[in-house]
Design a protein around this ligand. Structure first.
Ligand SMILES: *[C@@H]1O[C@H](CO)[C@@H](O)[C@H](O)[C@H]1NC(C)=O
Ligand SMILES: *[C@@H]1O[C@H](CO)[C@@H](O)[C@H](O)[C@H]1NC(C)=O
Ligand SMILES: *[C@@H]1O[C@H](CO)[C@@H](O)[C@H](O)[C@H]1NC(C)=O
Ligand SMILES: *[C@@H]1O[C@H](CO)[C@@H](O)[C@H](O)[C@H]1NC(C)=O
Length: 350
C-alpha cells in the first residue's frame, strides 16, 4: 500500500462541517490526504508527528514490506533468510514446505493487508489494535473500538460477554500456531472457545516456526495437517469452512527482524535466552498496524500502571500480569509510551 511519505510541504486547510469548524493538516504531496476515502482525511497525521521527531522518523521505515507472498520468493530471498532462525528467517526449515506455502499465496492480494475497493481513492485508514490486557475490564471502550475502519485482535481475544468493553468487530486476527493453540487451551474456560471467524475477517500468520507454514498451507488447501507437530489438526476448526488464500496474510520474516532490531532489541536478561526471544504477538500486531494504517489506537496494551489491572480483561479473579521469559513486556511498555507521547500511536490509558 502506498502511504503519504513526503514531509516537505504542508497546507493548513479550514473546512466547515455540520458540527462546526474543523482544523486539519494535510500533507501537500499526499494523494491520500487530498483524496480522502469517504470524504475523510486523517485529522492528525503520522507524517506530521514524524516531522517533529527526526530520530523516530529515521527509525520508522514506512516503505518496509510487511507481508510475505509468493511474488517475493526468489533464490536470493531463500539465501538471505536461510541464514536466520525463526521468526526472523528460515534457518533449518524445509525449502519445499516454504515454497509450496508461498506458491499458494501467489496473488497480489496476498501482498497487501487491505483490499482497496476499486474506483475509490485512498483515504484515512483508522485502525484499533486490541490487546487482551486487564485495563479493558470495565473500560466501556467497545463502541470506540468498533468505530475504527479495521479492528485487529490477537491470541485469546474473548469477545462474547465483553462487547461493551472490547467491541465485537474483528477485521484481522494475529497469532502464531503456538499462541493460538495455547490460548485455546489456557483460556477456554474463560470464554475463548474458538478463534474469531467471519466472512470479512482475515488472519495474520506470524511465522515463528515451520509449523506456521505447514498449518497455513493446509488451511488454504482445506486439508488435515499432514505432518509435524500439528499433524491431524483440521484447520477449519480454527479458521472456518471458507478458508481460501485470500483469507490469510503472512508476516515477512524481514519485517519481524526489522521491528525487533529497530524497536524491541532485547535487554540483557532476554539476550541470555538467545534464540527464544521474540516480540510478543501483541507487539507484532500493533507494529503491523502502525506500518499499514494511517492512524492507530492501541487498546488493552501494557501501560505504566499495569499493576492496577488484572492480566487479562476476561480474567474471573485478579491475576498478576505474566512476564514470559521469551518476551520483554517492559521494553514494549516503554515503546508504546514513547510512540504515544510522540503522537505516532494513541494508547488507551486510565
Ligand atoms: C525502507 O525499506 C525499503 C524496503 O525494504 C528499503 O528499500 C529502503 O532502503 C528502506 N529505507 C530506509 C531509510 O531504511
Ligand atoms: C508465482 O507465479 C508465478 C507466475 O505463474 C511463478 O513463476 C512463480 O514461480 C510462482 N511463485 C511461487 C512461489 O510458486
Ligand atoms: C456487533 O453488535 C452490533 C450491535 O450491537 C450488531 O449490529 C452487529 O451485528 C455485531 N457484529 C458482529 C460481528 O457480531
Ligand atoms: C473487572 O472490573 C470489575 C469492576 O468493573 C471488578 O469488580 C472485577 O473485579 C474486575 N475483574 C478483575 C478480574 O479484576
Amino acid at each position: 500500500m502506498e502511504r503519504p511519505r513526503h514531509l516537505g510541504l504542508w497546507l493548513l486547510l479550514l473546512s466547515a462541517t455540520g458540527s462546526g469548524l474543523l482544523l486539519r493538516w494535510y500533507s501537500g504531496y499526499s494523494s491520500r490526504a487530498l483524496e480522502p476515502r469517504d470524504g475523510r482525511a486523517c485529522s492528525s497525521s503520522l507524517d506530521l508527528a514524524l516531522q517533529r521527531r527526526p530520530r523516530l522518523r529515521r527509525q520508522l521505515n514506512l516503505s518496509i514490506q510487511v507481508l510475505l507472498w509468493g511474488g517475493l520468493f526468489t533464490q536470493e530471498l531463500w539465501d538471505h533468510l536461510s541464514q536466520r532462525g525463526g521468526p526472523y528467517g528460515w534457518q533449518g526449515l524445509s525449502r519445499e514446505t516454504i515454497a509450496s506455502t508461498l506458491g499458494l499465496l501467489n496473488d497480489s492480494e496476498s501482498s497487501e493487508l487491505f483490499a482497496v475497493p476499486k474506483g475509490r481513492g485512498p483515504g484515512c485508514i483508522r485502525c484499533a489494535v486490541v490487546g487482551n490486557g486487564g485495563i479493558l475490564n470495565g473500560s466501556r471502550q467497545g463502541q470506540n473500538i468498533d468505530a475504527h475502519d479495521y479492528v485487529f485482535r490477537l491470541n485469546g481475544a474473548v469477545i462474547e460477554g465483553f462487547e461493551k468493553d472490547v467491541g465485537n468487530k474483528t477485521s484481522f486476527y494475529g497469532f502464531t500456531v503456538n499462541t493460538v493453540k495455547g490460548s485455546l487451551l489456557s483460556y477456554r474456560a474463560l470464554g475463548f472457545t474458538s478463534v474469531p471467524q467471519g466472512q470479512a475477517l482475515r488472519y495474520i500468520f506470524i511465522p515463528a516456526d515451520i509449523r506456521d507454514y505447514v498449518m497455513l498451507r493446509s488451511a488454504i488447501l482445506g486439508v488435515t495437517v499432514p505432518e509435524g507437530r500439528d499433524r491431524g489438526d483440521n484447520p477449519q476448526i480454527y479458521f472456518g469452512p471458507d478458508a481460501s488464500a485470500g483469507k490469510f496474510k503472512l508476516l515477512h520474516p524481514d519485517f519481524i527482524h526489522y521491528v525487533t532490531e529497530r524497536f524491541l532489541t532485547p535487554r540483557w536478561i532476554h539476550r541470555t535466552i538467545g534464540d527464544q526471544y521474540m516480540p510478543s504477538t501483541g507487539a507484532l500486531v500493533l507494529l503491523t498496524a502502525l506500518h499499514t494504517c494511517d492512524q492507530v489506537s492501541a487498546y488493552g496494551f501494557i501501560t505504566r500502571n499495569y499493576k492496577k489491572f488484572s492480566n487479562h480483561y476476561f480474567d474471573r479473579s485478579n491475576k498478576a500480569l505474566v512476564f514470559y521469559l521469551n518476551h520483554d513486556l517492559l521494553l514494549e511498555a516503554a515503546l508504546w509510551r514513547k510512540l504515544h507521547k510522540a503522537g505516532i500511536i494513541w494508547l488507551y490509558q486510565r
